[in-house]
Design a protein around this ligand. Structure first.
Ligand code: MRU
Length: 354
């Protein structure tokens, strides 16, 4: 595992395929898989070989390139190529419903498909270049998020995080863990408490792995323990990622985040979201409009293929919850830290990009 460093690219376009770290087998094995068809990309996103909002955004963009390459091999008219590619782009975007970065990146590819004046080969090339551009931009954006976030990390802080919003949830560096990395670079006395994050244990399997590989002191706790440590005064701030943020600042993130935010509010601990502007969905007013992904019962009933409950028990498995904006101290973006009132702060941040 010595090669596992935050510098590793979680997902990367190589020649004519997409290469990604298989996150379903971490921490046991660190292996890349090559995704060579559009259908394989749909499955990779759905089964969480690639996961984390920004990473699946790039995966979606790559998926559109893969379908474009496949259709370019067929004897299609330009019009038919565009029609079929639009349908497959929508199909890729439907692989996971909550993380808006996926829809955002696929929309960027659709703008190329529908506005390009090039022939079929030219469109394929433009889509490929755009996929690579999104990849490179992601790392730059995360470093900016990290640097803004580091400014609000107190000296020697213990930072609690939930799920994995790290290098492996993005192309590299991470959002919430980007804040941790930037803070640690200035102050090696900071440390992290990582929630296990049931049911898929991204905190235990992925966050602890990538942080300890970078030499950042990390303590693993189970999901129910956060308020215990907050009460003891052992947590100074919370930083988590997001999968979709509404125009009023309500933020969807991995199930359990809302509980952490309530506990943080009760104990007067700052609670930050770290996310790129591509995670903000200005098309929805509040978090009530965010579609929450329902996942399989096996994720809850089994651990490592072994059943851990009565086989017939009822199970509900929402993948995400929404933290109301009142509980959020600030949203750390590549344009700075947005603070309440979030409607105005978000609108102003998007104006800066125009
Ligand atoms: O279901 P996952 O593992 O894709 O969920 C990931 C999260 O909830 C992350 O915290 C979120 O995507 C932010 S990633 C920078």
């Amino acid at each position: 595992m010595s090669e596992f460093k935050s510098k590793i690219k979680t997902i990367e376009w190589v020649d004519n395929y997409s290469k990604m770290v298989d996150q379903t087998i971490l921490p046991y094995e660190f292996k890349y898989v090559n995704i060579t068809t559009g259908q394989q990309m749909y499955d990779a996103i759905k089964t969480m070989i690639v996961r984390g909002a920004p990473a699946i955004g790039v995966a979606g963009a790559h998926g559109v390139v893969l379908y474009a390459q496949e259709f370019a091999e067929k004897d299609l008219s330009r019009e038919e190529f565009i029609k079929q590619l639009n349908e497959k782009a929508d199909y890729i975007a439907s692989s996971r419903p909550t993380a808006v970065n996926l829809m955002w990146a696929v929309k960027k590819q659709k703008e190329i498909i529908n506005n390009s004046n090039s022939d079929i080969a030219g469109i394929v090339e433009e889509l490929k270049q755009n996929g690579i551009k999104l990849e490179n931009e992601d790392i730059e954006i995360n470093k900016r998020i990290g640097d803004y976030g580091a400014e609000v990390v107190p000296k020697g802080a213990t930072i609690l995080t939930h799920c994995n919003a790290g290098a492996l949830a993005t192309v590299g560096y991470g959002t919430a863990l980007g804040v941790v990395r930037s803070a640690f670079a200035n102050d090696p006395t900071i440390q992290v408490f990582a929630d296990e994050t049931r049911p898929r244990q991204q905190g235990a399997r992925i966050t602890t792995l990538e942080l300890t590989m970078d030499g950042i002191p990390t303590t693993l706790i189970t999901d129910g323990m956060c308020s215990y440590f907050m009460k003891k005064g052992m947590i100074d701030m919370v930083v988590v990622g997001a999968d979709r943020i509404a125009a009023n600042g309500d933020a969807a993130n991995k199930i359990g985040t809302y509980t952490v935010a309530i506990a943080a509010k009760y104990h007067n601990i700052p609670f930050y979201i770290a996310a790129p502007l591509s995670t903000i969905d200005t098309g929805i007013k509040t978090g009530d409009e965010i579609v929450i992904e329902e996942r399989s019962r096996e994720e809850v009933t089994h651990i490592n293929g072994k059943i851990i409950c009565a086989p017939e028990v009822n199970v509900i498995n929402p993948g995400f919850d929404v933290t109301p904006h009142e509980l959020i101290t600030g949203i750390i973006t590549e344009k700075g830290i947005l603070r309440a009132p979030y409607e105005t702060a978000i609108a102003d941040a998007f104006k800066q990009c125009e």
